[in-house]
Ligand binder design. Structure first.
Ligand code: PAF
Length: 297
């Protein structure tokens, strides 16, 4: 059967007008913000948004303000035609595709910044300014799309916690939902960056979920020293040339505090460069382990 039509908007005014019309028609709007280069993980967020709304909007915008490294921004994969096809088949009704000039016109100088424990460790410490860019663009997208519900991926754990906090602190009228991490059959968490991995790099990248899994098993057998748990991940990853660990930490989801002694409130989170490509992943300690959701592409 032919997939239903999809509309695209590049201006804020057009996206707003469409959202207003949906609202006037009594429709509940679901929203999945993305930076494109879509994969099954994004589609699982679309499915979740569809289940929670009447019409789903996705956005595709590689947001320059969240990249601390210009080279990383320049190399971010762009696959627009394939993305639109996937979104159409997944039942998305509209796609917002703003240009950089539309969202950040000349003279732009307003940013949204969170303070406190959510923004002083892990990716926030490793990528200064990253979450300021994410919080800013997500606030802008919420104001433009006016969703009732927005869905983000659990893989970007710190991002999800920050957006949840942001929505609460700024009284944004949007419900934030979280979609489980989707993995490939061998355990690698799906990420738009995976498509930049060569076959050799991809093999090394598998040690990210493997290291996390081994550490979780050690925790389940009684090892609660955070340093020892992170050492397991380091040992798994650093056997390879071209792999650099950006951070590996045990953090409690209660207060987002770093813990010397791990407990069941903690996740073990890692970011590593594999042949220059930055991958992140995490595992809830004491849980069933990886995989959480597996998709065979
Ligand atoms: O997770 C992402 O793809 C991005 O950080 C987001 C939420 C679309 C903001 O640019």
């Amino acid at each position: 059967m032919e997939a239903p039509a999809i509309v695209t908007f590049t201006t804020i005014a057009d996206q707003r007008a469409w959202s207003r019309a949906q609202r006037q028609a009594g429709k509940r709007i679901g929203f999945v913000p993305t930076m494109g280069a879509l994969h099954q993980g994004h589609l699982s967020l679309v499915a979740k948004a569809r289940a929670a709304s009447d019409v789903v909007v996705a956005s595709i915008f590689v947001n320059p303000t969240q990249f601390d490294n210009p080279e990383d921004f320049a190399k971010y994969p762009v696959t627009l035609d394939a993305d639109l096809q996937m979104l159409r088949e997944a039942g998305v009704a509209a796609v917002f595709l703003p240009t950089k000039e539309e969202l950040y016109p000349d003279g732009y100088c307003t940013f949204v910044e969170l303070v406190g424990p959510l923004t002083d460790k892990l990716c926030a410490a490793a990528r200064p300014g990253h979450f300021r860019g994410v919080a800013t663009v997500v606030t802008k997208l919420f104001n433009i799309v006016t969703p009732d519900v927005a869905v983000f991926g659990q893989k970007d754990l710190q991002q999800v916690l920050i957006i949840n906090r942001l929505a609460r602190d700024l009284d944004l009228p949007v419900e934030i939902q979280v979609g489980a991490t989707v993995r490939e059959v061998d355990g690698l968490a799906m990420s738009s960056r995976n498509r930049r991995l060569t076959t050799a790099a991809r093999a090394k990248a598998l040690d990210v979920p493997r290291g996390l899994e081994l550490a979780n098993r050690a925790y389940l057998k009684g090892e609660s020293n955070s340093l020892k748990l992170t050492e397991i991940v380091y040992n798994e990853l650093l056997i390879h040339d071209g792999v650099e660990v950006d951070y590996c930490d045990v953090v409690s989801l209660k207060g987002f505090a770093e813990k010397d002694t791990a407990d069941d409130s903690c996740v073990l989170a890692v970011a590593a460069f594999v042949d220059g490509i930055r991958l992140i992943d995490h595992i809830p300690l004491g849980g069933p382990g990886i995989p959480e959701v597996v998709v065979d592409e």
